[in-house]
Design a binder for this molecule. Structure first.
Ligand SMILES: *[C@@H]1O[C@H](CO)[C@@H](O)[C@H](O)[C@H]1NC(C)=O
Ligand SMILES: *[C@@H]1O[C@H](CO)[C@@H](O)[C@H](O)[C@H]1NC(C)=O
Ligand SMILES: *[C@@H]1O[C@H](CO)[C@@H](O)[C@H](O)[C@H]1NC(C)=O
Ligand SMILES: *[C@@H]1O[C@H](CO)[C@@H](O)[C@H](O)[C@H]1NC(C)=O
Length: 159
């Protein structure tokens, strides 16, 4: 049974890494034509490093193409940074502090099927003083720290 703590630690690791928030692009409307994603971004920002954007779309009816700012403006999917079209959903992690641009290459971009989000650094030096309804619960880092401490304790038991 000596392997059990190792397995437990391995199982805990994704929990430690995936501490960001998950945002369903378009909320219940998903990644589809006819959704105003500017409104969606305004509702959910600020986004931070470690957050995930989850795109839900109809299979074979849409893709998710990450492009640069110029291609975003032009709805040009010919020089993608990344693209994804398999299945019915795609989860993308905002892993850098920068502005991300996503479009659909199936022709719906011109009607607004494009979204741009700015990923902010994780720990802003000073939180905004005004009431911020979108603030993520500070308990998350604490829980992560607790799990980390628990993992450390488990690992120490091994050696
Ligand atoms: C895209 O970004 C580059 C570099 O930041 C900038 O020089 C350029 O003006 C931007 N283009 C558009 C269309 O926003
Ligand atoms: C997406 O990527 C695949 C393979 O990486 C490529 O064949 C395809 O042309 C790309 N599609 C777009 C719209 O860039
Ligand atoms: C972010 O993710 C992309 C795609 O997986 C990868 O190419 C890039 O190196 C990552 N950046 C950092 C800072 O980890
Ligand atoms: C989205 O909504 C905003 C605010 O109502 C509006 O200014 C913008 O033109 C809309 N965009 C599209 C593509 O309809």
């Amino acid at each position: 049974m000596a392997a059990a703590p190792v397995i437990l630690s391995v199982l805990l690791l994704p929990l430690l890494l995936a501490s960001g928030d998950r945002y369903t692009v378009g909320d219940e409307k998903g990644w589809n034509p006819g959704v105003n994603y500017t409104v969606w971004v305004d509702k959910h920002r600020p986004f931070h490093i470690g957050d995930w954007l989850v795109f839900y779309y109809q299979s074979g009816m849409a893709d998710v193409v990450q492009v640069d700012n110029e291609s975003f403006v032009k709805c040009d999917a010919s020089h993608p940074i990344s693209n994804y079209s398999k299945g019915r959903s795609y989860a993308f992690e905002l892993n850098e502090t920068k502005r991300y641009y996503f479009i659909c290459s199936y022709g719906y971009c011109y009607q607004g099927m494009r979204v741009s989000v700015l990923a902010h650094p994780l720990s802003p030096p000073s939180p905004p003083p005004s009431g911020d309804k979108s603030a993520s619960p500070p308990a998350v880092p604490t829980v992560s720290a607790a799990i980390l401490a628990a993992s450390g304790a488990i690992l120490r038991l091994l050696f």
